[in-house]
Design a protein around this ligand. Structure first.
Ligand code: MN
Length: 635
């Protein structure tokens, strides 16, 4: 007789035995899923802890659960997944006060796929002995936070300090939340406490959301740009992400064999025709000889193909659909790369003969297309994967905001502007501006002041502004209408792009808060730069001059950093591209990078906005030493 096992069903521990014989006879297909990019929903645990001694436990029972409830409601009401769906928050089955209650929590968290944990306590607890709650599967990768109540009847702070010290000793970085003011337990969480918990939660959600998903590299290195050298180990070790590479020839293969979504082609073309078009090149001057109509059609099809390469398309696996439209279905190719971010090389091998990717990048990066408002996909120009992953990080911590890819084109000081145009802009942009002008493509949302769409946006975070837009069809329609009105698709300069293309030309409105960021590789070390600032509206004469002497067909955004000259930014930013987000997300990006142990080489955040694990304080706040001591999370 088998000995009594800890597991009730000895053979399988409750898991169902698959019918292997049946599986061996089942043909594969495209398995539909609710989500575009597959992966477990980010799940945060709330672990209430308390003094286990008789009497003390009972005295703390209701108020400890009261804290957990407030944190639960705060997260559920404010933090969303980047696609707008709710995050998962799970709560320990009972208050954790010792090794066995901790083990129960752990067992439960393992079944729930927890990846971040917030400990809440108002009393003394046997700190080190509660860690059993986080010793389960993947716990070294969990993001940890502890919130200790600032009150007098029980020592929430004493527990908090004992606990974070224990975590530091174990090299488990933990974010510490403690109110500077005494807290009223009958009142809602203070702004300070709520702000820190939300920052932790949304960054932990971003970290969990990107994990296990892929960067799709379409093509290789563009014109010697080091950013487009996709560093596969860096993606894996720092972000927990995979990388998939395809040659650009796959796009021609799909164009030539009709391997795309035929029903969507006319919709895409009709949508593009809503924009102003400036087709000033002659077909005979295009190396491929495409007519204007063929150029538009090819750009539309390329957009559909890149979308399918990223996230797959059931129709491409459907033999009947394929037969109807005259191509051959292919289940393998229909799957896509489960990509959460992609890059298109474009220049030069592709663009020397074919239309460029400007329509593809500008439409996919936007929050809308011919099917209406939807989550932006993140696509990096010139396959600059290090900028692409920054755009992804910013997209995730901001709760899904589309991101602006930019060439750092020119630094203009007020004196240079005066010399070139005679106009004095020293009051408009005393610290100078960076002309951010990507070589033809940028999310069309940046043609619009999205803050003006939302009432009271001046007092809202960018996450709240974006949630307001996502919740209101009227605002979405307005955004789409303004973006279309503000954008002109213009032919490309044939000297750069012999195969032509359609650049998305617009000018971003001024006075919008905007954060610039950039990841850099230094040998094997990844670093990040984060600078907050705002867009600038230049006098028409100045803007026209800069446009005409630079490239009039490209999207342009004039930006000035806060408390820093544009020249200082130009001098210190790493490469030729940066990413940019609506809103001020510098503090979120600092926290996000600390979670992934990526040091920040330049930022302009105030001291009180820096929220990093307590372990950083043991290194005197030295981000580089703390990150080096811990190393990347996913090694
Ligand atoms: Mn570029």
């Amino acid at each position: 007789m088998a000995r009594k096992s800890v597991c009730a069903e000895v053979a399988t521990c409750g898991a169902v035995r698959p019918d292997f014989a049946k599986l061996g006879k089942t043909a594969r297909g495209f398995q539909q899923a609710e989500k575009l990019v597959l992966g477990h929903a980010p799940t945060i645990a709330i672990t209430p802890v308390s003094d286990g001694r008789g009497g003390a436990y009972e005295d703390n029972l209701a108020r400890t659960w009261g804290m957990a409830e407030k944190v639960y409601d705060l997260l559920m009401n404010n933090v969303k997944q980047p696609d707008g769906s709710p995050i998962r928050v799970v709560v320990a089955p009972e208050i954790v006060y010792g090794a066995r209650t901790a083990a129960r929590a752990q067992e439960y968290y393992a079944t729930q796929g927890v990846s971040a944990n917030i400990w809440v306590g108002r009393s003394w607890s046997y700190s080190d002995e509660l860690m059993g709650a986080m010793m389960g599967i993947g716990s070294t990768e969990w993001q940890q936070c502890a919130y200790g109540l600032n009150q007098t009847d029980r020592p929430g702070a004493v527990w908090l300090k004992a606990f974070t010290a224990a975590m530091d000793e174990k090299k488990r970085p933990i974010f510490c939340v403690y109110s500077p003011e005494l807290e009223d337990e009958e009142a809602p969480l203070s702004d300070f406490v709520a702000g820190r918990l939300l920052r932790f939660a949304r960054c932990a959600v971003a970290v969990a959301y990107m994990r296990g998903k892929n960067y799709l590299s379409i093509g290789g290195v563009s014109m010697g740009i080091i950013g487009s050298d996709v560093r596969r180990n860096a993606m894996l070790n720092y972000f927990g992400m995979g990388t998939v590479s395809v040659d650009q020839s796959i796009i021609n293969g799909r164009l030539n064999t009709g391997f795309y979504d035929h029903e969507e082609v006319p919709k895409a073309i009709a949508f593009l025709k809503k924009f102003k078009m400036s087709m000033f090149n002659k077909p005979k001057d295009r190396r491929n000889g495409l007519s204007d109509a063929q150029l538009l059609e090819t750009c539309a099809k390329m957009t559909l193909i890149v979308r399918d390469l990223m996230n797959g398309n059931a129709k491409l696996a459907d033999a009947r659909y394929a037969k109807k439209w005259g191509f051959t279905s292919n289940v393998e190719y229909a799957q896509g790369a489960n990509a959460i971010v992609a890059g298109t090389q474009g220049q030069r091998q592709w663009t020397d003969y074919n239309p460029n990717f400007d329509v593809t990048e500008s439409i996919l990066n936007s929050s809308f297309d011919w099917n209406g408002f939807r989550s932006p996909r993140v696509i990096a120009t010139e396959n600059d994967s290090k900028n692409g992953v920054g755009m992804l990080a910013a997209n995730l911590v901001s709760g899904g905001v589309p991101q602006l890819f930019a060439d750092i084109r020119t630094n203009w000081t007020p004196s240079s502007i005066k010399k070139a145009t005679g106009v004095d802009v020293s009051k408009i942009c005393p610290r100078g501006i960076i002309d951010k002008r990507n070589s033809g493509a940028a999310a069309l949302d940046y043609a619009v002041d999205i803050f003006k769409l939302v009432k009271g946006s001046g007092k809202m975070t960018i996450q709240q502004v974006w949630q307001a837009i996502c919740a209101d069809k009227k605002l979405q329609d307005k955004l789409i209408e303004l973006a279309i009105k503000g954008t002109t698709y213009m032919n490309a300069a044939l000297t750069y792009f012999p195969g032509d293309g359609l650049s998305s030309h617009f000018t971003s409105p001024g006075n919008m808060p905007m954060t610039a960021y950039r990841y850099n590789m230094v040998g094997e070390l990844l670093t990040c730069s984060i600078v907050e600032g705002e867009t600038v509206e230049l006098p028409k004469k100045v803007a026209d001059h800069i446009t005409m002497v630079t490239d009039r067909t490209w999207p342009e955004t004039y930006w000035t950093p806060r408390e820093m000259t544009s020249f200082e930014y130009m001098s210190k930013i790493g490469p030729n591209h940066d990413g940019n987000s609506f809103g001020l997300i510098g503090a979120d990006l600092l926290t996000f990078n600390a979670m992934l142990r990526i040091p920040v080489d330049m930022h302009n955040m105030e001291k009180e906005d820096i929220f990093r694990p307590t372990l950083w304080d043991r290194f005197g706040g030295d981000d580089y030493r703390a990150c080096a001591f811990l190393g990347p999370v996913y090694v």
